[in-house]
Ligand binder design. Structure first.
Ligand code: DGL
Length: 276
């Protein structure tokens, strides 16, 4: 048994889309969540910048004695997973792309018309294609970057005409030309627009990595005998800039219980001083 919290992080509020699946599957677990709201979005930034930001956040989580780090961000998972695992060998570091790629490989028939959407960095990394084709080399994987989704979602522009137009701008031709029938939401912000995507393309089958990652977390905790039981800790939420949308979303997840989000300025953390 291990009652220390699990550390989750994302560039902003997207990683919160994993939390309802976590609380449903592992209700005893407590979390520390960090959203880098001051520096979101990550998905169009240089990989070296994303690495620096991720190291700072992981360092903050490790200093807060988390038992595991969950990279609730496809952009970071696609570019920094091995760096984070190397730098923090004392805690398991779990990325979101592996579990989703395994689910795709397990559940898609050979005639599946697969589409992956994500940030520019995630799509450019080809992490999904590589992992899926390692298991299922015959599967054809089509990808499309959708860089405007994250800034709109962070601003709360989610269920309205602007978002519908943006979805159609990115997906109409992509889905039609490639005859996509299965779509992977390769960014943890995108489950927040899932309803709109389903309304606009009712025949699509959707795979949500924010749901899949929970199976990996569970497996690792079970294997290492690290599941929590009877913990009296509180869930903790940190943001590098205070945002109303971020707080509202946490309150929605936790059934409208008022939540305190703590402000944490990561620019003050010097990652070079971190001990391995
Ligand atoms: N939620 C992050 C992801 O899964 C968003 C990246 C961004 O900040 O652009 O990729």
């Amino acid at each position: 048994m291990d009652n220390r919290p699990i550390g989750f992080f994302d560039s902003g509020l997207g990683g919160l889309t994993c939390i309802p699946y976590l609380t449903a599957a592992l209700p005893e677990e407590k979390i520390i969540y960090f959203g880098d709201t001051a520096r979101t979005p990550y998905g169009s930034k240089a990989v070296s910048t994303i690495k620096t930001f991720s190291m700072q956040i992981a360092d903050f989580l490790v200093r807060n004695d988390v038992k595991m780090i969950v990279i609730a961000c496809n952009t970071v998972s696609s570019t920094c997973l091995s760096d984070l695992q190397e730098r923090f060998p004392q805690v398991p570091v779990v990325g979101i792309i592996d579990p989703a790629a395994k689910r795709v490989a397990r559940s898609c028939g050979s005639d599946c018309r697969l589409g992956i959407i994500g940030t520019k960095v995630t799509i450019r990394s080809q992490a999904y294609n590589r992992l899926i084709n390692e298991i299922r080399p015959e599967l054809e994987v089509h990808t499309a970057p959708c860089p405007a989704f994250v800034p709109l979602i962070e601003e709360g522009i989610i269920k309205n005409d602007i978002m519908d137009m943006t979805i159609k701008y990115y997906l109409d031709d992509f889905i039609l030309e490639n005859r996509i029938d299965t779509l992977v939401l390769g960014c943890t912000h995108y489950p927040l627009i899932r309803d709109s995507i389903e309304r606009l393309y009712p025949d699509l089958r959707i795979i949500n990595p924010s749901e899949e990652i929970i199976n990996s977390i569970k497996e690792i905790l079970e294997e290492r005998d690290m599941l929590a039981s009877g913990s009296d800790l509180e869930n903790m939420f940190y943001a590098s800039d205070l945002s109303e949308n971020f707080t509202n979303m946490i309150e929605t997840i936790f059934a409208h219980t008022p939540v305190k989000v703590h402000f944490k300025n990561l620019d003050l953390i010097d990652i070079n001083s971190t001990k391995k």
